[in-house]
Design a protein around this ligand. Sequence first.
Ligand SMILES: [Zn+2]
Length: 152
Amino acid sequence: MGKNKYNAVMNPKPTTIVIECFDLRFRKAFRHFTREELGVKTEDFIKIERAGGAAALAHPIKQEGARLDTLNQISFAVQHFPSIERVIVIGHQNCGFYTRIPNHPDAEDPEKKDLPKVAKAIREMFGNLKVECHYAYFTDGSRTQISFEQIV
Ligand SMILES: [Zn+2]
């Protein structure tokens, strides 16, 4: 002890951006899923954590500010790390972000139904990136078990 300096070592060539919501109920599951199931090593990804994940990309009018913020965050990552080639978007059931989008056309599972629109928006702007979207949902009544389904 006695040291008050800490040095962190960063991977200068991350390959992947993970965009997810910061909902505390899902965080651990997101982390496990990304590493264990998708096989992305911790040092290889950059995480963008936002309310709703990338959901704002599906709502250009009602969520224009958040949409632009999200695109700017992706742009920033891609400009600084040209090694990035993959984007993983994770949406989830019962996302609080959706309370900000009144009259969503899909009353049931809007988070899931928005994912193809999110993928399309990212591909339109960043054509060279591989985009995939996954949906996380509770599989038991007490909401302790979470499953993932690839949508795009
Ligand atoms: Zn959420």
